[in-house]
Write a protein that binds this ligand. Structure first.
Ligand code: DLL
Length: 435
């Protein structure tokens, strides 16, 4: 693919120039935060750090971390670094535990965020000739508005569909010849399934690329989506706290996501000790927003487990790359003492010929963990012969045992019996309430 860039100078900047740019921005940012956010000032004072101690990016490690707990403590305005009247938008996390996290944006913040999303769209080959169907949710969730803004900046014809109403998604896609689809990977897989059911073959579908993120997905799932929709499927990463989607994005090489490191400086730390780990190590991803004005987080611990790499990329971008997140420090399940990541279950399912429509149910009965995995059969696999179902369940449980080291109880269910998600899929039901 001929390479296109949205902001070539930044995306292909030399290492030295990028470091100088990051250093210059960091010095300003620390001063801005210290002067305008009392919460952060006291964290720095506690550590005995003054803005003058931060002379460049090499001094970043001196700053204290910020965690989700800090964000909840400071809810709603405690981390705001600009007067409210300078803010033009808020977004928020779904707030499954405790208080919500509310992020504020000035117009400049919205602008830089949309630039990041535009870089992601252009990296898939997108241009003003494209029709970009945005099927992420619009609203407090950042997915819809983020990709919508990026699509406008690129000049695509934007279809602001939001998530859901799959019939209508398909009608618009086919009637208006959508060429780029933006949604969660689980919704992309569902749209693909629905198109297939309606008799569409990959070559009938006008799409050429998809920009999928907001939840973990495996390489196997990527291959499945690419085959059903006849597209190239690109990963995109981000979190509400830093802006939303577009903190990093995949290019034609599809071997990890380039971090927009002129705006977000990435570090990998040991989640237990907080020590910064060298490039290539697996650990917790930490971001510093270098030029966000309203809600500028310094050294924010994402809880995403990840690896960073500066290996040269064939796309020509010099931006550092992050691997697909390998789970979260907090979504890892410990079942009967064994660490289990939902992505491992997904990998087994896809390898064994199942669709990634599953739900893990964990409970504790008589002080013992129970571990059930409900899995949907595909229409082709479906049988109501009990003996056959038992055999298939046993084979799948064995494959999971090999991958995980513990034995789940696998329950095969008829096709379409697990509720489909229009946003992020609910993969884990942990009834143990261990925290
Ligand atoms: O999910 C922002 C987003 C929207 C990203 C659309 C990409 C596309 P939150 O709801 O705040 O923000 O959730 C952030 O989701 O810390 C990761 O654990 C997870 N996540 C996001 N993107 C990916 C991805 C949006 N590509 C949290 N792969 C993050 C794996 C992802 N996990």
């Amino acid at each position: 693919m001929a390479q296109n860039y949205y902001q070539k100078e930044i995306e292909t900047m030399s290492r030295e120039d990028m470091k100088a740019l990051q250093s210059e921005k960091l010095v300003k940012q620390v001063k801005h935060v210290y002067e305008n956010v009392p919460y952060y000032r006291s964290l720095m004072d506690e550590k005995g750090i003054k803005p003058e101690d931060i002379k460049g990016i090499d001094d970043l490690h001196k700053l204290p971390f910020l965690t989700k707990a800090d964000l909840r403590d400071a809810y709603p305005y405690g981390l705001l670094a600009k007067p409210l009247e300078d803010c033009v938008r808020i977004h928020s996390t779904s707030g499954t535990t405790g208080r919500r996290v509310v992020a504020f944006y000035t117009q400049n913040d919205v602008d830089l965020w949309e630039d990041c999303c535009a870089r992601a769209i252009v990296a898939t080959g997108g241009s003003k000739k494209d029709v970009c169907q945005v099927a992420y949710g619009y609203g407090l969730f950042t997915g819809g508005f983020g990709l919508n803004g990026g699509s406008h900046k690129v000049g695509c014809l934007t279809l602001p569909m939001s998530s859901g109403n799959t019939e209508r998604q398909i009608q618009f896609m086919m009637d208006l010849n959508a060429t780029i689809l933006c949604c969660t990977p689980s919704y992309a897989a569902y749209i693909g399934e629905s198109l297939k059911e309606q008799g569409y073959k990959p070559e009938d579908i006008p799409l050429k690329a998809g920009i999928f993120g907001a939840e973990p997905w495996t390489e196997e799932m990527r291959k499945g989506i690419e085959a059903t929709l006849g597209i190239k499927a690109y990963d995109i990463y981000g979190l509400t706290e830093t802006t939303g989607p577009g903190v990093s994005f995949e290019c034609s090489e599809q071997t990890g996501m380039h971090v927009n490191e002129d705006h977000f400086f990435a570090e990998i730390i040991d989640p237990d000790t907080g020590e910064v780990l060298p490039e290539g190590s697996k650990g917790e991803l930490v971001f510093t927003s270098l030029d966000k004005e309203a809600f500028p987080l310094l050294r924010y611990r994402t809880r995403d487990i990840c690896v960073l790499s500066r290996k040269k990329c064939s796309c020509g971008r010099t931006l550092i790359k992050m691997a697909k997140p390998m789970g979260r420090t907090d979504d890892m399940l410990i079942i009967r003492g064994v660490n289990v990541f939902p992505s491992q279950i997904e990998t087994v399912l896809l390898k064994e010929g199942y669709e990634p429509n599953y739900q893990i149910v964990v409970d504790r009965v008589n002080n013992n963990d129970t571990f059930d995995v409900n899995v949907e059969m595909t229409a082709e696999q479906f049988t109501d012969k009990l003996g056959d179902v038992l055999k298939m369940e046993k084979a799948l449980a064995n494959a999971m045992k090999i991958m995980l080291g513990i034995n789940p109880a696998v329950h095969l269910l008829p096709p379409k019996s697990i509720a489909r998600s229009e946003g992020k899929a609910v993969r884990v039901i942990d009834k143990r309430k261990l925290i």
